[in-house]
Design a protein around this ligand. Structure first.
Ligand SMILES: [Zn+2]
Length: 134
């Protein structure tokens, strides 16, 4: 897609620190990492987010995240957050599907749950009526 920074990385127009790639998927270090080793995994073809990703490519991208997590674990990184944001309201910054693989250790200073737990008390029964997948 014209102007998409990740499409330009796939084409080699913008350099990246690539740690894995095959015909469909590319993985490279986030230029502004949350922790050392913070890696982005993307499909080489442009899809905006979870809503337009073909099922098979989504599975391929996810299994690449798992493959990298296992590989990084062998290299001494024992814990990860895997984050995928779909939509601007979810803080998706680049509109090309991507997964963040963020290596964690106990003294890295990140506390993702602190920012996510806002004490929301939803009506679980009403929500279940609305959202239950039949
Ligand atoms: Zn793109």
């Amino acid at each position: 897609m014209e102007g998409c920074i990740f499409c330009r990385i796939v084409k080699g127009e913008i350099p990246s620190h690539t740690v894995y790639e095959d015909n469909e998927v590319k993985a490279f270090f986030d230029i502004a990492p949350a922790t050392p080793g913070h890696t982005l995994i993307i499909p080489k073809k442009h899809y905006e987010n979870i809503f337009d990703m073909p099922e098979e490519l989504l599975l391929k991208t996810t299994s690449t995240a798992k493959k990298l997590a296992h590989h990084y674990k062998e290299k001494g990184y024992g814990a990860f957050n895997i984050i995928q944001s779909s939509g601007k309201e979810a803080n998706q910054d680049v509109m090309h599907f991507h997964m963040h693989l963020v290596p964690r250790h106990d003294k890295d200073g990140l506390d993702l749950w602190k920012s996510m737990k806002k004490g929301v008390k939803p009506d679980f029964e009403a929500l279940k009526e609305k959202l239950k997948l039949e």
